[in-house]
Ligand binder design. Sequence first.
Ligand code: ADP
Ligand code: MG
Length: 345
Amino acid sequence: MEEPKRTEISEVGEFGLIDLLSQKVEHYHQSSVKGIGDDAAVLAATDLQRVVTTDLLLEGIHFDLRYMPLQHLGYKAVAVNVSDVAAMNAIPTQITVSIGLSNRFSVEAVEALYEGIRAACTNYKVDLIGGDTTASAAGLVLSITAIGEVASDKVALRNGARKGDIICVTGDLGAAYIGLQVLEREKAVYLTDPEAKPEISKYKYIVQRQLRPEARMDIVHELRERQVVPTSMIDVSDGLASELLHLARNSGVGLQVYEENLPIDKMTYDTAVEFNVDPVTCVMNGGEDYELLFTIRQEDYEKVKSHPDIHFIGYATDLAGQAHLITKGGTVVPLKAQGFNHFKE
Ligand code: ADP
Ligand code: MG
């Protein structure tokens, strides 16, 4: 078997590497006046407001390269930042990417990472306008900053929900968490028996939700087309319970959701059962779904009710700062940020 090609970063040097990485970069936005290649990027001012968000990802803390291909990691790192921009009801325009590399990483490895980054840039139409490159003592460090734009009357903060508003969530929840359990199980099998073949093909959807999530920019665009501005919005990165509490506390309302309305994919449900985990716990505490959770005024319901991927899961009450789940049996369960425990009544 032929070994994959390995070029040491020291062979091309830091500048050679940056040159390689910036070769295939395309720009989509006129506001990107100057991208990679100077002391700083230059952005044109516009009438819109700017949103800025950043994420720092450390190997061993936020990702495990034993099952996360570098290309997927690059894609996901961009997607999670775009998801934060989406959660402001803004359109992402630029990103910067900073990396710390130990000598374990070859030029080819960094190129794989950037293939994923560029794929996400193409998909979400964002311009890679700069970054920083440095050596790291151990492991991979990846930090992405995203910039987006939104008209001042369309910004969706966490604090605008009002009593009577309808709670909406996109897609389905809990899949990324249970997909991670599958990957962890296969890793454990592999570590004891390197000859073992990974058993993940039948879990394709949930594994993909973990390894290569998508930001819901489609929803941001569709809400605009339907002329709906959410009264509050957040992306679901830490589990539904925690995000509901963020909206409830910031808005000073109560949020009440119904178990029967929670969107759970069948594979998520079945795999949770297989792993002896409560599917509702996956939804409430799982995390990394990168769906959008938002509230709308009742009068906007007609404009979005036919949307196949927006689910109406409850409404806002006057129980300031609290969130509750109403079970299928009618029990009212107060939600905590973590430690949602399915109906230990
Ligand atoms: P400086 O010494 O001024 O920090 P650098 O040599 O680090 O400049 O960077 C040169 C150019 O390459 C800058 O435009 C910078 O934004 C860009 N750049 C550096 N590292 C990366 C990277 N990992 N990804 C994208 N752009 C990068
Ligand atoms: Mg630099």
